[in-house]
Write a protein that binds this ligand. Structure first.
Ligand SMILES: NC(=O)c1ccc[n+]([C@@H]2O[C@H](COP(=O)([O-])OP(=O)(O)OC[C@H]3O[C@@H](n4cnc5c(N)ncnc54)[C@H](OP(=O)(O)O)[C@@H]3O)[C@@H](O)[C@H]2O)c1
Length: 352
């Protein structure tokens, strides 16, 4: 057991696109466990675009994080997701050797009672069911909050039907790549928007999307969308907001379904004193934590799809906690295909 923890701490509020210098690494001693607490050794840290909201000054723009009892401020550890192993425990439920997932912060070790806040179960720690027989990292990627977002948003809220035209932005990313495949399973025509030809190739040739549009190089986005969606858009899975959302919205068909999943194109430009969730189209906002109580079922079904070869996923893994800021900032430069993670420790050996 190491004596010291290493934490990725917010060093400065972000000004526009996040920079590596907005973070610093702090070394802190590990304290003894109190009754009811356990210690988690991080294996994978999750870097996610929504964490950009935590990099604004307190109050308004940071309110979504606060809603879940997950708070970052200058000088505090970034409240990102972690997949890790319990190394010591004074807790009745969590035992040494358990593999757990939760919003435990970007750090090598977390000392926790399993709750980030008594009021906010969604941020709590959950045990991973290793009997599902998927690679361990999957619990941080496709079976983590990014994949579960795609699953619940599609299955429970957008409800794709055979013949629907479905448009997805950030289509090669962690959630978009899964959402598109779920719509394909239901017999939809799926159109994905993304930023490079390699990503277009991935979603169309590997994942089976019907059309991929490179929104950066296309001459006329609206014309390309009209051509890809001749009967209009029945389902709009919006990961980015902004101009792309406006262009797709113009093609919404009668009876269309829309969910605001994320705002990747706006996180860096929103006025610091304005709550994200006050935007007009946020009325139809999706929140994955509304489904926490059902995660076990969603994870089981997706794990089955993976084993049956019906659901593919990619992970984009950087190594070393010192690379966490770089991994996170790179999301806003469209570097990742699939779910971006940072591996900070070796996986434990698992029995065959
Ligand atoms: N509502 C919820 O409960 C919930 C839960 C999880 C995630 N989310 C949100 O869902 C969205 C997708 O999350 P994810 O985890 O799947 O991440 P992701 O799609 O892997 O996010 C990274 C990607 O975002 C795109 N992007 C970055 N900056 C952009 C910009 N300025 N304009 C347009 N696209 C940009 C890039 O893809 P391109 O190459 O395509 O540009 C980049 O590769 C995020 O906005 C996230 O905050 C919401």
């Amino acid at each position: 057991m190491a004596d010291n923890n290493v934490q990725v701490v917010l060093a400065a509020y972000a000004n526009g696109t996040p920079k590596e210098s907005d973070f610093r690494l702090d070394r802190t001693p590990l304290r003894a466990l109190e009754p009811g607490e356990f210690r988690v050794r991080s294996i994978y840290l999750s870097v996610d675009p929504f964490l950009r909201m935590q990099m604004n000054p307190t109050t308004a723009a940071n309110q979504t994080s606060r809603k879940y009892g997950v708070i970052t401020d200058v000088g505090r550890v970034m409240a990102g997701g972690v997949l890790g192993e319990v190394t010591d425990s004074n807790h009745p439920t969590f035992r040494r050797g358990d593999i757990v997932e939760g919003i435990l912060g970007w750090q090598l070790f977390c000392t926790t009672n399993g709750w980030i806040s008594k009021r906010h179960n969604p941020a709590g720690v959950v045990k991973c069911d290793l009997s599902l027989g998927v690679p361990l990292s999957a619990f941080a990627s496709v079976l983590g909050r990014a994949g579960l977002t795609a699953y619940y948003c599609m299955i429970r809220e957008l409800r794709p039907r055979k013949g629907d035209t479905v448009v997805i932005t950030s289509a090669a990313g962690a959630g978009g790549s899964i959402a598109g495949q779920i719509a394909k399973m239901e017999g939809c025509r799926v159109v994905g928007l993304t930023s490079t030809d390699a990503k277009v190739k991935y979603i169309t040739e590997e994942l089976g999307f019907d059309v991929g549009i490179n929104y950066r190089t296309v001459n006329d986005l609206r014309a390309a969308l009209r051509q890809a969606c001749p009967n209009g858009v029945d389902i709009h899975y919006d990961n980015v907001g902004g101009e792309m959302a406006d262009a797709i919205t113009e093609l919404h068909a009668p009876g269309h379904r829309y969910r605001l999943v994320g705002l990747a194109s706006e996180y860096n430009t929103v006025p610091k004193d304005k709550p994200f969730w006050s935007w007009p189209y946020h009325r139809r906002q999706f929140v994955v934590h509304d489904y926490t109580a059902d995660f076990e079922n969603g994870i089981r079904e997706m794990a089955w799809w993976i084993k049956e070869g019906q659901l593919k996923y990619r992970e984009d893994i950087l190594v070393g906690i010192e690379n966490t800021p770089k991994a996170f900032c790179g999301l806003f430069h469209s570097e990742n295909i699939g779910k971006r993670l940072v591996k900070v420790a070796e996986e434990p050996t698992r029995p065959n």
